[in-house]
Design a protein around this ligand. Structure first.
Ligand SMILES: C[S@@+](CC[C@H](N)C(=O)[O-])C[C@H]1O[C@@H](n2cnc3c(N)ncnc32)[C@H](O)[C@@H]1O
Length: 365
């Protein structure tokens, strides 16, 4: 039997071109996807990729790596051979070195945040994906704790899941906040409601941006306790009203008289039925001339395939771990829901932050 090509001839593994069966090979990448994920993650976390980076083009042998790393030669060979098969490292003779893919794993912030989120928050829970899809309940959440949805559990998530969840959430939403602010404040809102205020980050931006604006923060009580601390520490609590609510209690009205209702990365947490009830109440609580703003990541409004790929593959987390019945929506589904519940789309701004779009709705007559 001939030796596998990548052990003899390859300087960089290029599986799709190897044996004229690219589709079958691609299918094996799916079959072994979780194995590759775990090995590459270990290669990164154990410091092997950093050692290869330091070794430069000349690379390093397993023996040399073992002399500088806590993993044995056996363990290093297992991890790096899988990394080789995935194109994360290349091998010439006995020496491994880093490829451009490996360089991304080692240095790219988005890749690292995504790997930590998938491993720490999603990996174990996704084992229950099929049952979660059938029951539309987040049955995988038990891997992290005992709550009805992830949102009740956020402040108590065990580490490192908690840190990885917040890094993932903030990495994507924070990047868009600064760019969204001028759009919202161009209309000079005096009363602004932040639904799903979480730790209070957006509210803080607003209160600092405009000394005359008053914020109303809506979220579950556990989250608002955190937001209170954020605002108190910044000395901005006097211009904020905290309104604990379970948004899924569809009869609970929203505080009225709002010039702006803001929902960032919020609607993705809910089913389309619940989203309809949220839009209905958001429309009802607007002051004359007020707007409902939705800042979110829609996979159909991305300029780059990489963003659509990441977004689409976040949906199974919503099923198995977050809520059981929500997902990363296409913008058309959100607009249709708003328009069926008393609002009309007035403005769309794309390409904010990493992958966000900002939608502005007005009340229909
Ligand atoms: C993905 S986070 C988004 C946070 C923030 N708006 C941002 O852009 O980073 C979703 C927020 O919705 C809140 N949330 C989820 N389910 C809720 C419910 N049933 N009632 C009220 N708030 C809820 C969560 O507590 C969390 O703060």
């Amino acid at each position: 039997m001939p030796a596998p090509d990548f052990l003899t001839t390859l300087t960089e593994f290029a599986p799709a071109r190897l044996r004229g069966l690219p589709a079958r090979f691609e299918a094996q990448k799916i079959a072994f996807g979780p194995v590759v994920f775990q090995c590459v993650r270990v290669a990164w976390k154990s410091g092997l990729l950093a050692l290869l980076d330091a070794a430069g083009k000349a690379g390093a042998s397993v023996e040399a790596l073992a002399a500088q790393n806590s993993l044995s030669e056996y363990a290093i060979s297992v991890v790096l051979e899988t990394a080789l098969s995935a194109g994360v490292v290349r091998r010439e003779g006995e020496h491994y070195s880093l490829t451009r893919i490996g360089d991304n794993v080692l240095h790219d912030e988005m890749t690292q945040i995504n790997i930590d989120y998938v491993h720490d928050v999603c990996y174990q829970g996704l084992f229950a994906l099929e049952a979660s899809l059938r029951e539309e309940k987040p049955l995988g959440l038990k891997a992290l704790g005992d709550w009805p949805t992830v949102y009740e559990g956020l402040p108590e998530l065990p580490e490192p899941a908690r840190a990885s969840w917040f890094k993932f959430d903030h990495y994507y939403s924070d990047s868009a906040f600064a760019q969204a602010l001028p759009h919202v404040f161009a209309r000079k809102p005096r009363r602004l409601m932040d639904i799903g205020a979480n730790t209070g980050k957006w509210s803080l931006h607003c209160l600092r941006h405009d000394p005359e604006v008053r914020l109303t923060l809506l979220d579950l009580p556990v989250q608002l306790a955190q937001a209170r601390v954020t605002l108190e520490n910044a000395g901005l609590l006097p211009r904020a009203d905290l309104h604990p609510i379970d948004i899924l209690d569809f009869d609970a009205p929203f505080p009225a008289g709002m010039d702006a209702v803001w929902m960032s990365q919020f609607l993705t947490c809910f089913s389309l039925t619940a989203i309809g009830h949220i839009f209905r109440r958001a429309a009802e609580c607007l002051a004359p001339g007020g707007s409902v703003w939705v800042l979110d990541t829609f996979w159909d409004r991305q300029r780059h395939d990489i963003a659509s790929y990441c977004l689409i593959n976040t949906s199974p987390y919503f099923t198995a771990i977050a809520s059981g019945n929500s997902k990363m929506y296409e913008s058309s589904a959100i607009v249709a829901s708003a328009e069926a519940h008393g609002l009309r789309l007035a403005e769309t701004v794309d390409d904010l932050g990493i992958s966000h779009s900002l939608l502005r709705f007005e009340r229909t007559a």
